[in-house]
Design a binder for this molecule. Structure first.
Ligand SMILES: [Zn+2]
Length: 424
């Protein structure tokens, strides 16, 4: 074997497990494997997990914070206007450089697969060319999947549908949309129909920004589920954000959840962004704005958490840390039970891997040897500590290392060090 990781704890709760790796893939998983590795790593009971996956991001805008100015109101709509001011000033070199820098951060955080939306409303398709270039450059260490995203509306923005078709022809993977930003509810519904039919014809996946609004009557998710069902696209369609569901009438939601489930539509909440952008028009009480995550999970709908934004016109913080994202999702959704917290970990690992259709993801023989060793003993402890990524492996090779967390104390009669872990 090229490499054997000894004494790992796994996300499913198994302990004292060895993982044997050969040729960049996992060859065997089990207790006390009777094999020798050219290299051996003692995980010492630490959690070994497949990498983090971000199902919703905007890599064309990332790390542009303050260009050309900051978002004063903090709203989604000022963010979109600000992005509109920045677009004419973008250069391909600057886009590529910022995206590559973000991918460095992502790798250091154990985030090895990202679905990024890319704005196609600029007819030059500068950002599309830049991110396709980035996708090729990072491919050895990070899977970048691109969504053709009509930020200004596929019907509202002149030429947007043609631009979207060109972007797909250039190699963009997924069809995006933004029905709540079209001029009318009717145009929003029409945009969903057009985009789903286009994706169905081409055999592509769909991931729309859908109902990113506090308006309880923004019901484009119903239309998205309808067309997914009608066109037989189960398992290939995702609704991102779905924040209006937070504010919807409960009776209506009791009808809507089974429709989404039947249509095989997945959901992506973006906790950091939803909790900061939504309900900006509220006084008190102030809504949280994130979609109904535990209710969707209970209805059998796959739900992932996305990062959405890092230092861009919509959000001034972030560093590519999906544990921070899941930690916020857990709090906003009040998912505090043991199983619920574990599900928050799955929402930044296994679930988005399925939504993206990643091949060879997981800890089982035959899977890619893409693995993290985290400075913690369980998925819940990973969330509590936002655990350090001791080692990040891609195809069985170490691509990033971080020290364990801890501090040296100088207190009379107390231990010399702390690491914030409870020995049990
Ligand atoms: Zn987004």
């Amino acid at each position: 074997m090229d490499l054997v990781i000894r004494n790992a704890s796994l996300p499913d709760g198994r302990r004292s497990i060895d993982i044997a790796i050969e040729g960049g893939r996992i060859a065997a998983v089990g207790p006390a494997l009777p094999v020798q590795g050219a290299q051996e790593i003692d995980a010492a009971g630490d959690l070994v997990t497949p990498p983090f996956v971000d199902a919703h991001f905007h890599m064309d805008a990332t790390l542009s914070y303050g260009l050309p100015r900051v978002n004063a109101s903090g709203t989604l709509l000022e963010g979109i206007a600000l992005w509109g001011e920045l677009k004419p000033q973008l250069t391909q070199d600057a886009l590529v450089e910022r995206a590559l820098q973000y991918c460095d951060w992502a790798v250091a955080r154990g985030l090895l697969a990202i679905r990024s939306h890319v704005d196609i409303c600029d007819p030059r398709l500068l950002a599309v060319e830049a991110l396709l270039d980035v996708k090729r450059q990072v491919a050895p260490y990070l899977d970048l999947q691109l969504v053709a995203f009509p930020q200004d509306g596929i019907l509202r923005s002149p030429g947007a549908f043609d631009n979207l078709k060109r972007a797909i022809a250039m190699g963009v993977d997924v069809v995006g949309g933004i029905p709540h930003f079209e001029r009318t509810m009717a145009d929003g519904a029409e945009s969903v129909r057009l985009l789903c039919e286009f994706a169905c014809e081409r055999g592509l996946m769909v991931d729309m920004h859908c109902d990113e609004s506090d308006d309880p009557l923004s019901r484009h998710i119903e239309t998205l589920a309808f067309h997914s069902q009608r066109l037989g696209m189960q398992g290939r369609v995702t609704g991102s954000h779905l924040t209006s569901m937070h504010s919807m009438d409960n009776y209506y939601v009791s009808k809507l959840l089974p429709l989404i489930r039947e249509a095989g539509v997945a959901a992506i909440a973006n906790p950091l962004i939803n909790i900061t952008l939504q309900a900006r028009h509220d006084t008190y009480p102030k809504r949280r704005g994130m979609t109904r995550v535990p209710e969707m999970l209970a209805a059998g709908i796959p739900v992932a958490f996305g990062h959405d934004c890092v230092m861009d016109p919509w959000y001034s913080l972030g560093s590519g840390d999906m544990l921070e994202v899941a930690h916020m999702g857990l709090h906003v959704a009040q998912m505090t039970g043991q199983q619920a917290m574990h599900e928050c970990f799955l929402a930044v690992t296994e679930t988005p891997a399925r939504i993206l259709g990643l091949d060879g993801y997981g800890i089982a023989p035959g899977c890619h040897a893409d693995l993290l060793i985290l400075d913690c003993g369980s998925t819940v402890e990973a969330l509590r500590l936002r655990a350090a990524r001791r080692l990040v492996l891609r195809r069985g090779k170490i691509v990033s290392e971080s020290p364990r967390a801890g501090a040296r104390l100088q207190l009379p009669g107390r231990p010399e060090t702390v690491n914030f872990r409870l020995a049990r």
